[in-house]
Design a binder for this molecule. Sequence first.
Ligand code: GTQ
Length: 369
Amino acid sequence: MDDNQDNQIGRARVADTPELEEYYARLAKFGSGALWTVANEIEPWYPQPKSVPMLWRYEDLRPLVVESATLVRGDDAGRRVVYLVNDERKDVSAAVGLLYTGIQIMNPGESMTAHRHAASALRFVIEGSGAWTIVDGDRLQVGPNDFAITPNGTWHEHGNEADDNFVIWQDGLDIPLVNALDANFYQVHPELHQVPGKVPNTSILMHGSGILKPARRSWTKPYSPLLGFPWDVTREALVNLAKVSDGTDYDGVIMEYVNPVTGGSVMPTMGAHMQLLAPGQQTKAHRHTGSVVYHVAEGRGHSIIGGYRFDWQEHDIFCVPSWAWHEHANDDPNNPAFLFSFNDFPMIRSLALDAEEEYDSNGGHQDIG
Ligand code: GTQ
């Protein structure tokens, strides 16, 4: 921000004097302060995220994640996760804004105990067959690039039924948000494990057709009854949309994972998207309120975020802080790139805090919010 802009009527512009400093000291004794000493900082002209743009290379982290599988037992760790923390958000364990993310590994045949919390969680599977997660009794089977949710308050436990491979997946949670609101709760399941229902993937069988929904069945919970979103269906949907649409200027062909009952976001606090960048495509730059964590599902390319270039390849994870300019490019001239992402947009929207601007290379910005 240009601090000079604060030297104007309408902004706080009181100069310190010995008399005022002495007055401030007396206010502080009573748990108080003068607004004009903090006003410009707490009411910035536009969002001033602490988070910085970052990219975490899977190549760097995978060996360390694999090492964790020999260092600690799942039963001792709760979940065996290497979490990704923003350089400027270590105090709240956030990857960006108020979003948490981590890379979880499970050994062959291993399972984690059931628990629930007020925070909402999602998974994006990176590698390995045999992964499952039981969400409120529904045993979901997931594979690479599948997306799954464990909404706030649902009992969940994870496992790997393969004999000979790890499962590695990315977790995304709104833990920093829920903690910022002082609203987090955590419970270990009294039996440590749930009894799964008879038919695995019940939520997908019931709600996953994509074009039909069960008649006369009400669903009133604030999250999607569909808990798993398989990669093959997702990828095909994007490829099909790309046949008939050039997509958006800023994101290429992009689709949101939705609650099939409402068409809205999958959970009340976090939404998720998959986007396709056509071979060689370069998007325009924009910025908006809300924080985003990306996972490269397929392909290679780069993004320019807040003026920094980040080259990415498969399974790299990167973040876009709120109000940071960003644009994406698929650097492969022959193949599409697919980016998974999750965000806090449902929260931003429900609080009517959404704003967006298009980057104008002449230096000006156009408000398109
Ligand atoms: O599986 O619910 O990465 O509670 C961090 C906290 C995963 C989980 C994490 C969690 C979970």
